[in-house]
Unconditional design. Sequence first.
Length: 412
Amino acid sequence: MIHLKKILFLLIVIGAAVLIYSCSDNDPRPKILIWHQMRVDEREILESQLERFRKENPDIRVEQLYKETEELRSGFIIAAIAGQGPDLVYGPSDQVGPFQVMDIILPLDTLFEREWLDKFNPKALTHYKGGLYQIADKLGNHLTLVYNKDLVTTPPKTDVELIDLAKRIMVFNKDGKPERYGLVWNYTEPFFFVPFLSGFGGWVMDENGNPTLNTQANVDALNFIKDLRDKHKIIPNEADYNIADLLFKDGKAGMIINGDWSWASYAKAGIKIGISPLPKITKTGLWCAPMVSPKGYSINANVKKEKLIEVIKLLKFLLAPEQQMEITKMLNTMPTLIELYEDPFFKNDEIMVNSQLQIDRGRAMPVVPELRAIWDAMRPSYQAVLGGAKTAEQAANDMQEFAIRKIKEMNE
């Protein structure tokens, strides 16, 4: 939770900034401000689309502002509580729960025609507590197995095949140290662990938001990841996101587990990539199911009624087929308008076909605020297992107890 003194200080800063800005802004045209956490390539596309909107609508000003994910969330909460902030806030669906609980985003059901909303994949419309609070332009944000086609001809379908293939890809120097790994990924982070938790039959919470971490599935998944490193020796002893990313880009890894946001960068790095759904766990017969979430726009509850017309006009422009298709072709992301799935680009593109298959096998990321507490509860014990400080059984029990405690603290 954000500290009260920090909130009060930032409210003063925001108020002062708003006063200074309002005194210096003499342009009578309505201005729409978007806060987002888009990557550089996404930002460039957004800016080109906004420039087209500006030319078509010279009577409306539009600006975008990038913020890191955590900065965006905390900053928007503080600004919106103060009656300020951007008109549109863009990000993954899991920010909807905290924003809605604080009543700082508008329900969208009554602002958009049912006929228009029906054009979207239902997974792109994020509902919470009976209301619609986000409309997405991208569906996925999901992990898949990415492989270097120069090293892998046929991707693995099971965990057994994954281990066997990774061992065959490995290359060692004369001292016996790996020069090329079979598999890399940011395996120390809980989000990147979840597909294996689900593959062993587990999940992070039940339908009521209660943590479900003290399970045999969690124990099995924890031991599985540790065995990949210590028993099978197919992954690095240490690997955060940047290390794994660089190893794959430098051709020092045959496969990587990463999200749809990364694929374009691998192609730019000269890697001929293939995309495959994550493998099936032979013990359970279940596919590894990554979390799937839309990324899209919510409207600040402070937007005045007279300004909503312009905000809705901009949102419809950004979510139109032309804009979504432009992003899809440039970044290989999954659009949300149903009509676009019939485009030949999807049916003939190997990456898009396998991305859709992974989305179908994935599970929706919960949007409840309790998810943040669960991430925080999982991380230290998970990393303690990897570090040898805890057994998987101890970690699963501690994760559950810590999650319950953090959720209770959060709701007090």
